[in-house]
Design a protein around this ligand. Structure first.
Ligand code: CA
Length: 388
């Protein structure tokens, strides 16, 4: 049979209204939608337009199949016995019987359709279809049967299709939030976010979650390396895909230095120089001692600010404190305590009330006590600790 115009050829055999007109009409998209509205809601306009062009184009492949009677898928996957679909997206499955000497008077679908799909149940049409929006992913095998007679009677022909419903797109879901980290100013940390979903894009930001004013340049994957931080810092990540956007919690990076990070910054990585017991500048103070009192480990330190005087019946003791600040002291504070003893034996030292754990910030501390005993010893304890 000559088929110069495939479209019009099939048109002769099909009823004018509804789905089949959509299939065979090459008119404008709005025209397709008018007819398609018999079967699907107007919400699915974009899918309908997309589908319509696929269906019309698909007729070419379909048309090449001739001879024996058969039922063939026209759309969405022309000629195939499997039907691709996606949960949450409109499916228009169209199939047609060819080679049969008579028009199909009725159709049946045998087997369970995926939830959300309906059989169009054409009558007096060689074309039939299944339409709707599937909700549950999975593979569904059905049989489609065309009958010569009405009400599913008479000679019939059957075709099996597998409708493969893929999972729908989901917005990203964070399974693991980036963790808070405590580290020194010479360490580096890697923040990591665990996400499930497809087609994700990442952007890390400095600051509190939701504040997008400080994006980290080039930080576009699921981890972020941070290093050389001199102060506490916050980071968070925004993850998005076609279906939505989600913000992680804020990961707080706390910087707390210690002797090792102080020594690395003051003396470098050479253990010969940076060991706590070394005295590189030869001032009689070990590196560790210089770290504690806040003096330089590379320049000889002279203590000119400590005074002890006896004035009349009182002892006057004064000294200048130093704040824990500068390289190696991030997150730390220096605290001073005065202790006294009558005989300097090991267990005799007692804290002088009101002179305990004074946080150094450059202030002068003065102690004045009446001399009642024959002998009195004083000592100053200096500690470095994490900021309270
Ligand atoms: Ca020294």
């Amino acid at each position: 049979m000559p088929k110069k115009n495939k479209i019009s050829f099939y048109g002769k055999h099909l009823p004018k209204a509804g789905l089949t007109s959509l299939l065979l009409n090459k008119g404008a998209a709005t025209h397709f939608i008018t007819y398609e509205s018999h079967f699907v809601g107007s919400a699915a306009i974009t899918q309908i337009v997309k589908w319509s062009s696929v269906a019309v184009a698909g007729l070419g492949t379909y048309d090449a199949v001739s001879g024996a009677t058969q039922i063939t898928q026209i759309a969405p996957s022309s000629g195939s016995s499997t039907v691709p679909a996606k949960a949450g997206e409109l499916l228009n499955l169209v199939y047609q019987i060819t080679g049969a000497p008579h028009r199909a008077r009725s159709w049946a679908v045998i087997g369970e359709l995926p939830e959300g799909l309906n059989h169009l149940n054409s009558t007096n049409s060689n074309t039939d279809g299944i339409t709707g929006t599937p909700t549950q992913p999975g593979n569904y095998t059905i049989r489609v049967r065309a009958y010569k007679g009405s009400n599913n009677n008479g000679y019939n022909y059957t075709k099996t299709f597998t409708i493969e419903v893929a999972p729908g797109s989901e917005p990203p879901i964070i399974s693991t939030q980036p963790s808070n980290v405590t580290m020194t100013s010479v360490n580096e940390a890697s923040l990591q976010v665990g996400v499930s979903g497809n087609g994700m894009k990442y952007q890390w930001y400095k600051g509190e979650s939701g504040n997008t004013s400080n994006p980290v340049p080039g930080a576009n994957n699921d981890s972020l390396k941070v290093e050389e931080l001199k102060a506490d810092s916050n980071y968070w990540v925004q993850i998005s895909n076609d279906s939505g956007t989600v913000n992680s919690q804020t990961a707080k990076i706390k910087i707390v230095d210690n002797y090792a990070s102080w020594a690395e910054q003051q003396l470098g990585n050479n253990p010969e120089l940076s060991a706590p017991e070394k005295d590189n500048d030869g001032d009689g103070l070990t590196n560790e001692f210089e770290y504690l009192i806040g003096s330089s480990p590379v320049e000889q330190s002279l203590d000119s600010d400590t005074e002890i005087l006896i004035e009349g019946s009182k002892i006057e003791l004064s000294f200048m404190t130093k704040a824990a600040e500068g390289d190696g002291y991030a997150g730390l504070e220096r605290v001073y305590s005065i202790e006294e003893s009558n005989d300097i034996s090991k267990d005799s030292w007692k804290g002088v009330p009101e002179f305990q754990n004074i946080i150094g910030n450059g202030q002068k501390i003065s102690l004045s006590k009446p001399i009642n005993d024959a002998k009195k010893y004083y000592r100053l304890k200096v500690n470095i600790r994490e900021k309270s």
